[in-house]
Design a protein around this ligand. Sequence first.
Ligand SMILES: [Zn+2]
Length: 90
Amino acid sequence: MSAAWLQSEVFFFTGIFFLLFSILFYYTKTYYLSRACNKCGKEFAYSETREPSIINRYASIATIISYHKCKYCGHEHEETINLVAASEIY
Ligand SMILES: [Zn+2]
């Protein structure tokens, strides 16, 4: 086991760690942003007003629209998520 090999291994795992951390941070951030009201800025203000709509635009892409309403100021907010079927990625 050479020192260079060990070093590349350390860099590899550090890289993986930072990648996972940034993904986690990204999702946590978008989660918090999506839950904070756009109008009054209060966190965890939105509650779903009705069942999300699922629109199949193409065979492999589904668009999900969820509807939220702020319980403090009544601001209504729509959230659009595009899901691409896994078979298209691989
Ligand atoms: Zn609000």
